[in-house]
Design a protein around this ligand. Structure first.
Ligand code: SF4
Length: 141
C-alpha cells in the first residue's frame, strides 16, 4: 500500500479544522437541559425507548434535588439562553410539575417547555389548567 503525502493545502485545511473542533469543545455551550422528570407514562407505545409504564419501580427525582442541580448549573450558564425541557415518561403525571415550572420561571429565570403527550391522561384538564396558569405569568418578547 502506498501512502500519498498530503498537499500543503490539505495540511492547512486539516490543521484549521482541528483548531475549530478544539475551540468548539472548549466552548461547548449548554443550550438545552432535558429533565426526565418521571419514568411513569399513561401511554404504552410499542416504540418507547424509555420503557415507560403506568407505574415505575424507580422513584422520581425529588423536585428539590432537581432545582438544586439547576441552581448549580445557573452559575456556569446563562439562564436566559438555556432551555429546560420536562420530559419522561409523561412529565405531567407529576403532581409537583407546576410548582417546579413556576420556581424555574420566577426564582431561577430559566426558559422551559413541556413535551405534551397527555392526551389520554385522566386529569389532563387539571394539568393543562396548571400550565395555563404558568403561561399567564410568562412574558413573551
Ligand atoms: S414515554 Fe413516550 S414513547 Fe414512551 S410510552 Fe410514554 S408516550 Fe409512549
Amino acid at each position: 500500500m502506498t501512502v500519498t503525502p498530503l498537499t500543503l493545502r490539505k495540511k492547512i485545511a486539516f490543521h484549521l479544522f482541528r483548531k475549530y473542533k478544539e475551540n468548539e469543545r472548549k466552548l461547548h455551550t449548554l443550550n438545552y437541559i432535558f429533565w426526565e422528570a418521571t419514568l411513569k407514562c399513561n401511554l404504552n407505545c410499542l416504540h418507547c425507548g424509555s420503557d415507560c409504564k403506568s407505574e415505575s419501580p424507580v422513584k422520581d427525582m425529588p423536585a428539590k434535588d432537581f432545582l438544586k442541580v439547576i441552581d448549580q448549573i445557573r452559575r456556569i450558564t446563562d439562564p436566559g439562553s438555556t432551555m429546560i425541557v420536562f420530559t419522561g415518561g409523561e412529565a405531567l403525571l407529576r403532581k409537583d410539575i407546576e410548582d417546579v415550572g413556576l420556581n424555574l420561571l420566577f426564582d431561577i429565570s430559566f426558559y422551559f417547555c413541556f413535551f405534551l403527550i397527555s392526551a389520554s391522561a385522566n386529569d389532563s384538564a387539571k394539568i393543562l389548567k396548571g400550565i395555563t396558569n404558568i403561561l399567564n405569568e410568562c412574558y413573551f418578547l
